[in-house]
Design a protein around this ligand. Structure first.
Ligand SMILES: Cc1ncc(COP(=O)(O)O)c(C=O)c1O
Length: 444
């Protein structure tokens, strides 16, 4: 590592947000604010996002990309999105990956530049495609041939040339949970190399702006090699498209998926190293194929926002079973964080209101009516009713995957920075919960 790279912090390699420190009361502070005070003001559970961690994550990724002449960092909105996050991204000139009407609508509401929006998904509806076409030059990442036809037909009715990239399934495995792998042969996403070659004639003949190729291998990936292998697949394909069909691959989007540190034994690729390695590999592979260097796009989500976020819960009742298992209950769980139940995700937690020196093992369970609502199994913790528990690494795929299960309103999500805090998503109320209910007149 040279001197310059030694200074670059990659927050995806630390469990806590970069500003997390204990104050004289032994309370956890984030963004220079006492988490105990924050819970008093905004309620419990509470999602907190540390802006400084987001800032440093973006800088880390951009520093790696600076090794490449032409690049664009985009953020995968599925990790966590709201209008304030769109505004934050715009301050850095960063693009956005959206996958739904709702995500695109959120971006539009925040006046996000359409040419920096990349529209993903394997089943874009006509309504979604129309919204994107009407918004301006949104870039489509096409997943399949039937979707391609719908985009082209709808664009034609509006006299628009659609901007599009093709999503390649490179048949490369990543070491991650089965449910979040996407680059393998039987993935539901994208087209194989052969299918793309078979489609190339049609693409070349259609009235559209062909931008290039996209690949995304999976999420919470911790190994660099599969990424590097995917660059070689893309470069070979780009060569065939050029030589046989005259199609120029001017943009290459290598996806996101770089992992974060949830627990001490996680060893993610530092963001800086990830973006730099991909930049260098793309240069090498396109030079090898004697092709001009395309614009490089990376689209991490989790690694930008994951470790910036924490959830604070209040400890409720506890009990010890006949077999010695001790359950500690919190005032949230499955509805605000379904990841442990969905894919056995593991988290690090501790008390936020005091330092905890425990020598007993307990299991933290949520309050929802599912036996699978176990937030953390076997953690060293001594806690009493009213203590505050902080769970780290909840910035990504918590709010966006949350629900109102058991008719529970979602908690607030606040952004903190340098002693300032403000909700970026307000807490839902019980009135919000019933606001869409309707009683048919024959029941009155
Ligand atoms: C196409 C695509 N790009 C980017 C991402 C972001 O992944 P991550 O949040 O793990 O970086 C995903 C996540 O599933 C994805 O499907």
């Amino acid at each position: 590592m040279n001197k310059a790279s030694a200074k670059i912090v990659s927050p995806n390699s630390s469990i806590q947000p970069v500003t997390a420190v204990r104050n004289l009361l032994n309370h956890l502070t984030i963004g220079k604010l006492d988490c105990v005070d924050l819970v008093q003001k905004y309620g419990s559970p509470l999602w907190i996002i540390d802006e400084e961690t987001v800032h440093q994550s973006i800088q880390s990724c951009l520093a790696g990309l600076s090794q490449y002449p032409n690049s664009q960092l985009i953020y995968a909105g599925k990790a966590f999105l709201c209008t304030a996050i769109c505004k934050l991204l715009q301050n850095y000139n960063i693009g956005l990956d959206v996958v739904s009407y709702g995500e695109l609508f959120t971006a539009q509401t925040a006046d996000f530049a359409p040419d920096k929006i990349y529209f993903h998904g394997n089943n874009k509806s006509p309504a979604e495609i129309n919204l994107a076409l009407d918004y301006g030059c949104v870039n489509f990442i096409v997943d399949n041939e039937s979707e391609l036809s719908t985009i082209i037909d709808l664009a034609k009715t509006k006299n628009i040339k659609a901007n599009l990239m093709l999503r390649v399934t490179p048949d490369i495995e990543t070491q991650t949970h089965e449910y979040i792998k996407t680059g393998h042969k039987s993935s539901k996403f994208g087209l194989s190399v052969n299918q793309i070659i078979n489609l190339a004639n049609k693409i070349a003949a259609l009235d559209l702006n062909f931008l290039g190729l996209h690949v995304h291998l999976g999420s919470q990936s911790t190994k660099l090699k599969p990424y590097l292998d995917s660059v070689s697949v893309i470069a070979h394909l780009a060569k065939v498209l050029k030589l046989q069909y005259g199609l120029n691959t001017n943009q290459v989007n290598l996806g996101g998926g770089v992992g974060i540190k949830y627990n001490d034994n996680d060893n993610p690729i530092p963001l800086y190293k990830w973006s730099k390695s991909l930049a260098l590999e793309l240069k090498t592979q396109f030079e090898l194929q004697a092709l001009p260097k395309p614009k490089l796009i990376l689209e991490p989500g989790r690694a930008i926002i994951g470790t910036a976020g924490v959830t604070i819960y209040t400890i409720g009742h506890n009990k010890v079973l006949d077999n010695g298992i001790e359950y500690i209950s919190i005032d949230g769980g499955l509805a605000d964080n379904p990841r442990p139940a969905m894919y056995q995700a593991k988290y690090t937690a501790e008390l936020a209101n005091r330092i905890n020196a425990a020598n007993k093992t307990v299991t933290i369970v949520g309050k929802y009516c599912e036996s699978g609502d176990v937030l953390i199994k076997d953690i060293n913790l001594e806690a009493k009713t009213g203590d505050l528990l902080v769970v780290y690494g909840t910035g990504a795929y918590n709010y966006t995957m949350s629900s109102n299960y058991n008719r529970t309103p979602r908690p607030a999500c606040i952004l903190v920075k340098d002693g300032k805090a403000e909700p970026i998503i307000k807490a839902e109320t019980y009135h919000d919960l019933i606001s869409h209910d309707n009683i048919p007149n024959w029941l009155e």
